[in-house]
Structure formats: C-alpha cells, structure tokens
Design a protein around this ligand. Structure first.
Ligand code: PLP
Length: 416
C-alpha cells in the first residue's frame, strides 16, 4: 500500500488551520450556551458587539451598484492602472516617499508577502522575522524552500529591540549577501505594537550603513495590513517619508491589504508596492511581481479593484467611507483601551499595545491556558510565546471581563 503521492516538497503535516479550528469551537459554544455566555476572540476580523462580521456599507453599497460585467471581467495581470494609482494614494496619503514607486495588485496582503519572499531570496536563504509573528510568513517561506530566522521584537524596556534586529540582520546579510527582513507595523499581529518614527529611523540607519557594501541587496518588507486602523488620522503613515532617497541596493516593499481597511477579507485584494531610488529597480520589481501574478493566480479580483477605485476617486464616496471607518476605528480603540486597563487592574502582564486588532499576553504554557479558558467559554489563540486576544472581535464589555478570567486561569495553572 502506498501512503503518499505528493512530491516530497509538497508533503506537509496533516494539520488544519488552528485559528479556524478554534473559531469553529467558539461557534459551537455560542450555539450551545448563547452569545452572552461566550467570549470569542479567535478571528482577526472586526465584529460588532453581537459578534457579527462588520461589512462597511460604503464598500458593499458600491459593489452592489456596479454592473455585473464590471465585477465579472478579468483584470489586467498587474492590476487595473487606476486601481494601482488609487492604492498608492490610500497607502501613503500625504506621506509618499520621494522615490520611484511601482505597485502590483495581489490577492490580499498575503500575495505581497509571497512575492517578496520568493522573488527576493534564493533557495535555502533565511528570511528575517520577529519572534512574535504572523504564522503565514513561515508557511510561505517553507512552501518555497526558504528558512526563517527570528529576532526578538522587544527589549527589556518593551521597546523595539534594535540590538537583536541588528545582530540577526547583519549575521544573515553577511552570510547571504541578500536579505528579506519583515517588519509588521503599524498595529502588529499579534501584539498590537507599532514602531515609533524614531525606531523606524534606527532601522533605516542600520540598512543604510549595511548598504555601503554594494554587494549587499537589502529588502525590507513592511507588512502594513492593519495600517487603516492605526493611530490618530494619518500619524502612523509618517514613517513612509523616511523611505525617500535610499541607496539603490535597498528596496522597500509595502504589503498593503484591503482585507481590514475595506472589510474585504474574502474578496482577496491588496498590493505589493515597491519603493526604490532607482527607476530600473522599481521597474524590475513591477515585472517580477507581474510575472509571479501570472504564474500563481493570473490576475486579481476586478470587482474589488473597481469598488476601491470608485470610492477613492469620488470625494463624496471617499468622505462617507472615511467617516464610516472612523466609527470602527474608534470602537476598536475603546475596546483595546478597556482590555489594557482591565489587564492593569487584574495584574495581567500584556505586551505593549499601540494599535490594531490584537493584544498579546506573554506566557509559557499558552496551549494549556487556552484549553482551560475554553472550559469557561473564553476562546483565544495560543501562540509559541503567549496568547493572542482579538479585541477586534469582542465587545467593550467583554474586553473588560476577559483579563481577570485569563489571569485567574494562569495563576491556577502555575500553582498546579
Ligand atoms: N499580514 C498580517 C500580519 C496579517 O495578519 C494579515 C491578515 O490576517 C495579512 C498580512 C494579510 O491578509 P490578507 O491576505 O487577507 O490581506
């Protein structure tokens, strides 16, 4: 009897996605005990206080007003030109760096992560990622025969650990002479951390210093999937300006996603936006990503591109969209504030939260704690280094309650 048909590189452990598995368990509990009795903080999607997925009216009214053929048609391989302009505007706002900038449409931010990892590393290279991280960075690297090295995200003052970043960065760059380093900011998943403008300056100084060796190829992937829910106004976009006029052997790629900012999760649209001081390198980026699009998924969701472009290019629609988003941003802010405050009151240690959908709790035995919390109908995600609580999915009321429950289970498990 044979037990495998797949080629060796395509055989993986038979495990289903842990997050979706836990979300399904939470749904079962809701059916059994009722919404009020369950805290479901599993999925990274905005939900209202009753746990229903929030779908922006400005987005879906626009989609439903469009002729079928605008939704059904194929898009150009690299994306519709007006979308590629609109997405750059949406990403940078008033902080567009002075550089050559080219965008390519991708299915969500995930596509831009895939393109950057595959197109800018060699087989067997290591990609640099922080120790608190979004798991698909590893899944994508593995898929393409790349490895992952980790730096510590925080120092003992709970600031960005530039020392650890520098050590790993220089070690890998000296060895490989090219490096893709990923920074997920602002509103990091899973911690909610955002680098300050000064911390960004330190990262850029380090890259510029290492770019003096012209043999080095430095690629910084800024995963900005949550930028639309970060900071006041556009303050969390200021750092983009720091990507102006960098040496030619530094390429910055912004992974932009419409999943969160436009509540278009399943519609699969985003962009890889390449920033370089060299016109040739920016063009190479564009054609490299376009080739990858054709090879992997051909082209992206035309209807989603059109919705986003129509909203962006019409001042009234744009205003309505921004006003609606501001309501949800405020809701998220209040929930996170409630969770942080309740953690302080309960003596629960959390990682520094600045913005976004998640808060993380550092601990050793995350799986055991999460299992126990499930018995109390609190569902959150166990990670290697702690627990992830999705404030995006839980009402303010429940955000106030959860920290005490978590702390109590953690204390009990430690006593055992
Ligand atoms: N990066 C991070 C850190 C994420 O959490 C996500 C979504 O969960 C993404 C990127 C991209 O998601 P999508 O492909 O849905 O845009």
């Amino acid at each position: 009897m044979i037990n495998s048909m797949a080629a060796k590189h395509a055989v993986w452990p038979k495990e289903d996605d842990a997050i979706f598995g836990l979300a399904a368990k939470a749904q079962q509990a809701i059916k059994k005990y009722g919404k009020d009795k369950v805290i479901d903080s599993t999925l990274g999607a905005l939900a209202d206080d009753d746990g229903n997925l929030i779908c922006m009216k400005a987005v879906y009214d626009e989609l439903k007003s469009m002729p079928n053929e605008n939704i059904a048609a194929y898009a150009l391989v690299a994306g519709q030109p007006d979308y590629l302009d609109a997405v750059q505007e949406a990403c940078f706002k008033e902080y567009r760096p002075e550089a050559y900038i080219k965008a390519v449409a991708t299915p969500g931010g995930t596509g831009s992560v895939r393109h950057t990892i595959y197109n800018y590393t060699n087989s067997g290279d290591s990609v640099l990622v922080s120790d608190w991280y979004w798991k698909p960075y590893v899944t994508i690297s593995e898929e393409y025969g790349r490895k992952v090295d980790f730096y510590n995200l925080f120092n003992d003052k709970n600031e960005f650990n530039i020392k650890s970043f520098r050590e790993s960065f220089e070690k890998l760059l000296n060895k490989q002479k090219r490096l893709v380093a990923i920074i997920n900011s602002p509103a990091q998943n899973p911690t909610g951390y955002s680098l300050s403008d000064d911390e960004w300056k330190q990262v850029i100084d380090l890259m510029v210093e290492n770019a003096k060796d012209k043999e080095n190829r430095i690629i910084l992937l800024v995963d900005a999937a949550y930028i639309d829910f970060a900071g006041k106004g556009n303050e969390r976009r200021k750092f983009f300006k720091q990507f102006s006029n960098l040496p030619e052997n530094i390429l910055v790629v912004i992974g932009y996603s419409l999943s969160k900012g436009y509540t278009m999760y399943g519609m699969r649209l985003g962009a890889a936006i390449g920033i370089s001081s060299s016109k040739d390198i920016a063009e190479e980026f564009y054609y490299s990503c376009a080739h990858s699009n054709r090879a992997n998924w051909s082209n992206c969701n035309r209807g989603a591109m059109e919705v986003m472009t129509r909203i962006s290019n019409d001042p009234k629609k744009s205003e309505a969209y921004e006003a609606e988003k501001a309501i949800y941003k405020n809701m998220l802010h209040k929930r996170a504030e409630a969770f942080v405050k309740a953690s302080e009151d309960a003596g629960l240690e959390i990682l520094p939260y600045r913005d976004g959908f998640f808060v993380s709790i550092p601990c050793d035995n995350a799986k055991a704690i999460s299992d126990k919390l499930m018995e109390d109908n609190l569902f959150l995600i166990p990670l290697k280094k702690g627990l992830r609580f999705a404030v995006c999915a839980v009402s303010e009321e429940k955000c106030k309650k959860a920290p005490k429950m978590i702390k109590s289970i953690m204390d009990n498990i430690q006593k055992e």
